[in-house]
Design a protein. Structure first.
Length: 264
C-alpha cells in the first residue's frame, strides 16, 4: 500500500512536475543566453565595483565576471531558491493536510496505512519530486554552459543543484510536518513560507549589519548559497539542511499518530 500511495502521488503530480521542469530549463537558458553579451560589455566591471562592499559580498558581485559567478548572482542567489521553495512548500503542504481537506485521508487510514507510514511516504514524495527538479537544474546548467560558453564545470553544476534541492527539501518537509500535525494545508504553507522569509531576512541582515553577523550561519540560506553554491563543493553546512527537515518530520510523526482524525 505504501508503494501504491507513493507512486500514486508522483503520478498525480507528473504534469505539474513537467511544467516546473520546463520552467527551470527555460529560466536557466534565458539567463545563460545573456552571458555572451554581458561578458563583452565595457565599463560593467567599474560599475559593479562602485557598489558598497556589503552588497558586493551579499550577491558575490566580485565573481560576476566569470560564468560561474554570473549564474550564482543571477540565478542561485534569489530566483532559483524562490522557485524551489514555492514548489517544495506547496508539495509538502498538499501531502497529509491536502488529503485530509479532500476527505481522502480517512480512506487511506481505514485501509491499513498507518499514520506514521503515510507521513513517511508523503515525505518521500517531497524528496523525490524536489530531487527530480534538482536533476533537471543540473542538466540544464551543464547544457547551457556548453552552449553559451559560461565555463561551469560538471562538479560546480552538481553542487549548485544539490544546494537548491536541499534547501527546497528542508522547507518542504517542514510544510509536510506542519500539515501532518495540524491537518490544515493553509497553515502548513503559511508557516513554512514565513520561516523561509525570516531565514532569508536573517541571511541578508547578517551580511549588512555587524551585530547580526554571528547569527547568519543559522539561516538555511547561509548554509545553501553563501559564497555562491556553484563550485562551492559539498560543505558540511549542506548536512544541516537535510537534518533540520528530517528533524521537523520526526517531531510531527507522534503528533499525527495520536491526533484525532474526524471521520475515521
Amino acid at each position: 500500500m505504501l508503494r501504491t500511495v507513493f507512486t500514486k502521488c508522483l503520478r498525480d503530480q507528473r504534469r505539474g512536475l513537467i511544467g516546473w521542469s520546463i520552467g527551470i530549463v527555460t529560466l536557466v537558458m534565458l539567463e545563460s543566453a545573456v552571458w555572451p553579451s554581458f561578458s563583452n560589455m565595457s565599463g560593467v566591471r567599474g560599475f559593479l565595483t562602485n557598489y558598497p562592499e556589503p552588497i558586493r559580498k551579499l550577491f558575490n558581485l566580485d565573481q560576476f565576471f566569470t560564468g560561474t559567478g554570473f549564474l550564482n548572482g543571477e540565478l542561485f542567489s534569489i530566483l532559483l531558491p524562490i522557485l524551489f521553495l514555492v514548489f517544495a512548500i506547496g508539495r509538502g503542504a498538499r501531502g497529509i493536510a491536502g488529503e485530509e481537506e479532500r476527505g481522502t485521508l480517512e480512506v487511506l487510514l481505514v485501509n491499513g496505512v498507518s499514520p506514521i507510514r503515510l507521513t513517511l511516504e508523503q515525505a518521500a514524495v517531497v524528496i523525490a519530486s524536489v530531487g527530480a527538479l534538482g536533476i533537471v537544474l543540473f542538466g540544464s546548467t551543464v547544457v547551457a554552459s556548453a552552449i553559451f560558453g559560461l565555463g561551469v564545470s560538471i562538479g560546480a553544476a552538481a553542487t549548485g543543484a544539490v544546494s537548491m534541492a536541499l534547501l527546497g527539501i528542508e522547507f518542504g518537509l517542514l510544510a509536510a510536518a506542519v500539515g501532518a500535525a495540524t491537518g490544515r494545508r493553509s497553515m502548513a504553507s503559511v508557516a513554512a513560507a514565513v520561516l523561509a522569509v525570516a531565514a532569508y531576512v536573517l541571511y541578508m541582515t547578517s551580511k549588512l549589519v555587524a551585530a547580526v553577523r554571528p547569527y547568519g550561519p543559522w539561516s538555511p540560506f547561509h548554509q545553501a548559497i553563501d559564497g555562491g553554491p556553484l563550485g562551492a563543493g559539498l560543505p558540511l553546512a549542506y548536512l544541516w539542511l537535510a537534518l533540520v527537515g528530517i528533524g521537523c518530520l520526526l517531531v510531527a510523526l507522534p503528533i499525527f499518530d495520536r491526533r484525532d482524525i474526524s471521520g475515521v
